[in-house]
Design a protein around this ligand. Structure first.
Ligand code: DC
Length: 233
């Protein structure tokens, strides 16, 4: 059976990664979290003192960018793919609130996007990939056979994010989560380079009132329409 490319885009905290992992598992495809790569660059700028008084030294980042190494390694124990930055596992660190705050400083920079888009295209070569992000169906894989655009109400998204961060022990208030989510939505949709837009050929899923299994069934139906019946994982 043909191994296709599945692109999943949408706002933050819309459940993109949940759906992407479910589809990848079911289809025996590779899941690639493109947001983790932008997060890794944000962690790099934090750890290397490239942000002073909330301002990023762009010229310095662009200078060191070619030497920053980002990749994924499969962890056999957790059965998950984890993010590595310059030889170190940063999977958990890149989910922390300071990285959330800094990621919008690095994600609009065209040089950062060019590097990560190229890496993503290399990782997705040959198909058999589910990749989630903001520009996957529009820029990274405009010819992806199946594209999803996910959305949910801002209240539901903020609540999900809050519970997720609290579950990881974060010291955070609901107000902080609402304001960070709104900030990232604005930055994602208004940046000049590769903004978040719905691909005209994307299948839209609003999961405000959907359970994750309802959402999975809906998405799998769309995949099956494209590639035919899929055997059980
Ligand atoms: O999906 P996420 O919340 O982990 O993404 C982290 C940030 O990276 C988010 O603010 C948007 C940005 N991003 C991007 O600009 N392009 C992508 N393909 C994926 C994420």
């Amino acid at each position: 059976m043909k191994r296709i490319t599945i692109a999943i885009d949408g706002f933050s905290s819309c459940g993109k990664s949940t759906l992407a992992k479910q589809l990848a598992h079911h289809l025996h495809y590779t899941y690639i979290d493109s947001g983790a790569m932008y997060r890794a660059i944000a962690l790099y700028v934090i750890e290397n003192g490239l942000v002073k008084d909330g301002k990023l030294d762009k010229a310095d980042l662009i200078r060191v960018l070619p030497g920053i190494h980002i990749g994924f390694k499969h962890d056999d124990a957790t059965q998950r793919s984890e993010t590595w930055l310059d030889g170190r596992n940063v999977e958990h660190r890149i989910r922390e609130m300071d990285v959330n705050h800094h990621v919008t400083l690095v994600s609009p920079i065209p040089e950062v996007r060019a590097k990560l888009v190229q890496l993503q295209q290399e990782m997705g070569q040959g198909g058999g990939v589910v990749m989630d992000g903001r520009d996957i169906g529009t820029v990274v894989f405009p010819k992806a056979e199946v594209k999803f655009f996910m959305t949910a109400s801002p209240e539901v998204r903020a609540q999900r994010r809050y519970l997720e961060l609290k579950g990881r022990g974060a010291d955070i208030t609901m107000e902080e989560v609402v304001s960070n989510t709104a900030r990232r939505d604005l930055d994602d949709t208004t940046r000049a380079a590769d903004p978040l837009v719905e691909a005209p050929d994307a299948f839209v899923i609003d999961n405000t009132h959907l359970t994750s299994s309802e959402q999975f069934d809906l998405a799998l139906g769309e995949v099956v329409r494209t590639i035919g019946v899929v055997s059980e994982a």
